[in-house]
Design a binder for this molecule. Structure first.
Ligand code: CAO
Length: 415
């Protein structure tokens, strides 16, 4: 069985993280992803946060698997022609340069459509149209402007960004959805279209429940927030520590060993239907008859007391013991797993969510494979390409250049 996107060719003008996450997923779905990189330099991340001197960084290699790399400067005369030919030969073009960069290369959307009316042209920008549309944006800027930072952090603390790259990788995933929808639409219409995702929009979409709470706030205090009933609510959704954003309250509690192990914690959710089993296992059968504790509403003003009692019990067990005890009781819970534990987790290796690949210069490294599993076209995770590794191959097979023309292009700095 072939790959889902076999036969789809992607002109990949992405760099750093947001765009590359998108095209990496498309590559895992089977698309031929041709990554265009600046001659001599390549994607800036090749040399950022290097762990081994002169070797492509993990930053780059973990975001550019299964792609082919061609060096090309579309701002040169020959480079411009090659780029136009690539637009003709590709199905989708993806880019995440600063606003206007592709236009300045001589390829506004109108020109791209003229060259290839079937082309789907997908972009990531920091902001949508409006006062900030020309701004350059990185991950944490998006987290701050999309509502994540103002709603994350300790109750009385300052705004906090999360380590999950919701601005970059989160927007990349949104763009994948847009590209696939446009490809599907092209099957019927025969025409390509423009797909744009703004990082602020994607982060806000991921913070949807906080905009929900903003509106609920107009009708009274947010009773599942730790501020209730003693704290004050202001005009905007407050930071809520580790409170659950869903309909069932939850919190992180300490487990055995927390004094020395920074990850000896577990998240426990007080799902209403599992509360009886939870109360019994922690030795609080009395709560089942106590009107202060035996309904979800009664517990709301006492959540911190409930978590405190749960914690007395979890502190007697390590986090995996807690998990093994609570899961059979249908109590939703999640141990805090460190990156070390995740890297070593055999279950994730078995599903190829964590994959070891071999690289000619760095040797073996771990990467996160395709988290989206397709039954008939599973992803094979290959290493990231070296800079310009496929330049000649692509110029010969897709553009139709011969050796002499390739040499001439090289002399002019076009490739
Ligand atoms: N050959 C020659 N020039 C090239 C080239 C190539 N193959 N590829 C890119 N360039 C040029 C661009 O044409 C641009 O030149 P001009 O500004 O003179 O037109 C230049 O490289 C730099 O592009 P940039 O402004 O996008 O790069 P930057 O490092 O200054 O900014 C970033 C980086 C990420 C802030 C910006 O690209 C951006 O805001 N992107 C949109 C939002 C985004 O995706 N952010 C996520 C960042 S982390 O994933």
């Amino acid at each position: 069985m072939g790959k889902a996107l076999e036969g789809v060719r992607i002109l990949d003008m992405t760099h750093v993280q947001s765009g590359p996450t998108c095209t990496q997923i498309l590559a895992w779905f089977g698309a031929d992803v041709i990554k265009i990189e600046r001659p001599g330099a390549g994607d800036a991340t090749r040399s950022q946060l290097r762990d081994i001197p002169d070797v492509d960084s993990l930053y780059f290699t973990m975001l550019n698997a299964n792609k082919r790399s061609i060096t090309l400067n579309p701002k040169t005369e020959v480079g411009n022609k090659i780029f136009a030919k690539l637009i003709e030969e590709c199905d989708v073009m993806v880019e995440n340069f600063a606003p206007g960069a592709i236009d300045r290369m001589g390829f506004p959307w109108e020109k791209i459509q003229e060259i290839n009316p079937r082309m789907i042209y997908a972009s990531i920008k920091g902001f949508g149209p409006g006062p900030y549309e020309d701004c350059k944006v990185y991950e944490n800027v998006a987290q701050c402007t999309g509502g994540a930072a103002s709603t994350t952090g300790e109750l009385e603390g300052f705004p906090m960004v999360t380590g999950a790259q919701i601005g970059d990788s989160g927007t990349g995933m949104h763009l994948v959805a847009g590209i696939l929808a446009a490809l599907f639409h092209r099957e019927k219409s025969g025409k390509g279209q423009r797909v744009v995702c703004a990082m602020q929009d994607a982060v806000l979409n991921l913070c949807r429940v906080k905009l929900r709470d903003q509106q609920r706030l107009a009708h009274g205090p947010l009773k599942e927030y730790p501020q209730y009933p003693n704290g004050e609510f202001g005009e905007a959704v407050p930071r809520a520590g580790n409170a659950s954003g869903g309909g069932h309250p939850g919190w992180i509690v300490k487990c055995k060993g927390w004094e020395t192990d920074p990850d000896a914690y577990i998240y426990v959710i007080l799902q209403a239907m599992a509360f009886e089993a939870l109360a019994i296992v922690i030795g609080h059968e009395d709560w089942l008859e106590d009107p202060d504790f035996n309904t979800p509403d009664a517990r709301l003003p006492r959540l911190m007391e409930v978590y405190g009692e749960i914690e007395k019990w979890t502190m007697t067990k390590d986090k995996m013991e807690v998990m093994d005890t609570l899961n059979p009781l249908n109590v939703p819970c999640g141990p805090i797993l460190s990156m070390k534990e995740l890297a070593e987790e055999q279950g994730l290796r078995a599903t190829e969510t964590v994959v070891e690949v071999d690289h000619p210069e760095r040797g073996k490294y771990l990467t996160v494979g395709n988290p989206i599993k397709l039954s008939d076209s599973p992803a094979d995770v290959d290493r990231a390409p070296l800079l310009g590794e496929h330049t000649e191959e692509i110029l010969k097979t897709i553009i139709g250049l011969d050796d002499q023309e390739i040499d001439a292009a090289r002399e002019q700095g076009a490739i």
